[in-house]
Write a protein that binds this ligand. Structure first.
Ligand SMILES: [Zn+2]
Length: 207
């Protein structure tokens, strides 16, 4: 609710009432608001999305139980001096986003979660595979493939951040008008980090 002083108060279902000043809040859609701290840019408060307004197409039906994994660079191309920095920067983009996730990139050892960089005779840039799920559709194992047959390095980070979004339950949103890393219409050269909408949805999923 917009107050006479320009601030907003929001009471989400079963949640605390939050007060957001109008000049530091970003209205996303349907009155959903995220506030970033003016000092460090971190998200400090938000209204938690009322259940009835969650779009059914925001989430896929599987994802990580907790948003904290080790993910292994699983082949030589993934570990080379071109691709390793791109993948590490993509993980950092999520880790530093305020979404509350911790994606730790391994270059050796073993993990149930892996990234391969391969040339695949397909039309997609990247793909995420849910290899094993528990009874609640939480991922036990999964892997991402980045397809060098289609992918130039200048759009590789946007693609990798998108694929990590799938591990975090986010669905493709081909027709989404919000700024989101999950949109097919995004500018892959310039949108290289999770957007407020994505951060918000991941936080909501793990709230
Ligand atoms: Zn996708």
């Amino acid at each position: 609710m917009k107050q006479t002083d320009g601030s907003y108060t929001i009471k989400a279902q079963n949640r605390t009432t939050y007060v957001l000043s109008s000049n530091s809040a970003s209205v996303l859609n349907g009155g959903n608001v995220v506030q970033r701290s003016p000092s460090d840019g971190n998200i400090t408060r938000w209204n938690l999305i009322p259940w009835e307004s969650v779009h059914t197409d925001v989430y896929i039906n599987w994802g990580l139980k907790t948003p904290e994994i080790n993910i292994l660079l699983a082949n030589a191309t993934a570990q080379n001096s071109t691709w390793r920095p791109i993948i590490e920067a993509s993980a950092s983009a999520w880790n530093n986003s305020g979404a509350g996730v911790d994606i730790n990139v391994l270059t050796s050892g073993a993990s149930n979660f892996e990234i391969y960089v391969n040339s695949v005779g397909e039309t997609w840039y990247g793909a995420t595979y849910p290899d094993s799920l528990d009874g609640s559709n939480n991922l036990i194992a999964g892997h991402i493939v980045l397809n060098t047959n289609k992918l130039s390095t200048e759009i590789a980070q946007s693609t990798t951040v998108h694929e990590i979004g799938h591990l975090l339950w986010l669905a493709d949103n081909p027709s989404m008008t919000e700024q989101t890393i999950m949109s097919y219409n995004r500018n892959r050269k310039t949108m290289v980090k999770p957007q407020l909408y994505d951060i918000y949805n991941v936080r909501h999923r793990y709230d």
